[in-house]
Design a protein around this ligand. Structure first.
Ligand code: HEM
Length: 429
């Protein structure tokens, strides 16, 4: 928070409150917060994410009023009850189900923004780590939410993913049994998933509060990666960024509405319109799009335990990233070589996502089934996943530490005001 507050309580009630719980002061300090004046639109995604979280919580609470967590009733309570009988149930569910995808689109942009501009580097490591915790919680919440409609993909997705934990020696099986509430995915599993799916968003909200607190100690990073030096480098958060964030949220809502009103099922899977049936395995079990890159990493490795370790390892890379980056320059705006590797990394994540969606026996090129030189049982998309997985880990463990030591960055401006006033920023991005 700012060291000096501009807030002066005027009325007796305001003074009374301010000496007991200075919550109004806190609000005013946040609105006045000196924010770098050169933040671009990539910095609006924090606000967009806050909006997404609130939307998910509000619509989720309403959905829970009509949802019935039971193997025999869950599917009907959603597909018949909420989608047809409840007034505007289709809309609330449309917002919540598509909202999950919108939330992930926003979080991925937010994370890649942080990676590009080096926002995770000192003194913002803890801010980044809290973000990683939020991301983990988001994945757990989304996974459990997808199970609730108890369609075919809900059921089989839950089965495949929970079974992965069983790969760990000794602890694997007891954890799976605990998670299932028995010896198979069944009613008790659905009940505990519902309970946790309701709980976790509030935990996320609490970690977001810490995240924003940790942001207000060092203040925002900015596209130059040069820290704020004088007041001239900043503007108050309100009205400058309240307006900018508001405008970005309005644009985001247009995309969101396109999905809700025109393509409400585009991001879902057709099999989830069929009630869960433990006796019929779907032809192709795929997770939601936002898990696909990790699913590809899991399937790239033939050994189950190694695959699971690689999948969790891929997420663990994010946690250690602040200590892998050896560069003295934060922003990739001044790191042309690193920028190329970063763009390849971005492409590799997309390729992994695409690979994760392929059928195990899909050929990449129709008619060309196998990459016979190496392994006649595997098709070429498996090899694409393997090469991409290698790059994914190399980016974190080799490229990021080594390039930071070897590269010659471009000259970094002395202060934020300099490139803004001379118009350099526009030329360099
Ligand atoms: C519910 C999810 C999240 C919410 C509501 C949220 C919220 C915010 C807000 C409001 C800001 C300030 C505005 C901005 O820089 O965009 C911010 C900054 C930041 N967030 Fe998040 N965040 C979330 C998830 C994450 C995740 C998953 C990560 C990384 C793994 C992350 C890393 C960061 C970093 C590094 C900054 C500082 C950016 C800078 O100043 O350059 N956040 N976040």
């Amino acid at each position: 928070m700012t060291a000096h507050s501009t807030y002066e309580p005027k009325t007796g009630i305001e003074r009374w409150l301010d000496t007991r719980l200075p919550i109004v002061r806190l609000g005013v300090e946040m609105l006045d917060f000196p924010t770098p004046k050169n933040l671009n639109y990539w910095w609006t995604f924090g606000g967009i994410l806050t909006f997404c979280l609130l939307t998910q919580i509000v619509t989720g609470v309403v959905l829970a009023m009509h949802y019935q967590a039971g193997g025999a009733s869950a599917f009907l309570s959603v597909e018949q009850g909420i989608m047809r009988d409840v007034n505007y149930g289709w809309l609330i569910r449309g917002i919540h189900a598509n909202g999950a995808s919108m939330f992930f689109i926003a979080v991925y942009i937010h994370m890649f923004r942080g990676m590009y501009y080096g926002s995770y580097k000192a003194p913002r490591e803890l801010l980044w780590l809290l973000g990683c915790v939020i991301y983990l919680l988001m994945m757990a919440t989304a996974f459990m939410g997808y199970v609730l409609p108890w369609g075919q993909m809900s059921f089989w997705g839950a089965k495949v993913i929970t079974n992965l934990l069983g790969a760990f020696p000794i602890i694997g099986k007891p954890i799976t049994t605990l998670l299932w509430g028995g010896f198979a995915v069944d009613d008790p599993t659905l009940n505990r998933f519902f309970s946790l799916h309701y709980l976790l968003p509030f935990l996320i909200a609490a970690v977001v509060a810490l995240h924003i607190w940790a942001l207000h100690v060092p203040g925002n990073n900015n596209p130059t990666g040069v820290e704020v030096q004088t007041k001239a480098d900043t503007v108050p958060f309100h009205p400058y960024y309240t307006v900018k964030d508001g405008f970005a949220i309005a644009l985001f809502l247009i995309l969101f509405s396109v999905f809700i009103f025109y393509e409400p099922d585009a991001l879902g899977h057709a099999d989830n319109f069929i009630a869960a049936n433990p006796l019929v395995t779907p032809a192709h079990i795929v997770p939601e799009w936002y898990f696909l890159p990790f699913y590809a990493i899991l399937r790239a490795i033939p050994d189950k335990l190694s695959g699971v370790i690689a999948m969790f390892g891929a997420i663990a890379m994010l946690f250690i990233l602040p200590w892998l980056n050896t560069s003295k320059v934060k922003s990739m705006r001044y790191r042309p070589t690193m920028r190329v590797y970063f763009l390849i990394f971005l492409a590799v994540c997309l390729v992994l996502g695409w690979c994760g969606a392929q059928l195990p026996d899909d050929p990449v090129i129709p008619g060309v089934h196998t990459f016979t030189l190496v392994d006649s049982d595997l098709n070429s998309y498996v090899w694409l996943s393997r090469i991409s997985t290698l790059y994914y880990f190399a980016y974190f463990l080799l490229i990021t530490p080594m390039l930071g030591l070897r590269e010659t960055p471009l000259p970094v401006p002395d202060s934020i005001s300099k490139p803004v006033l001379s118009g350099e920023a526009a030329k360099k991005d």
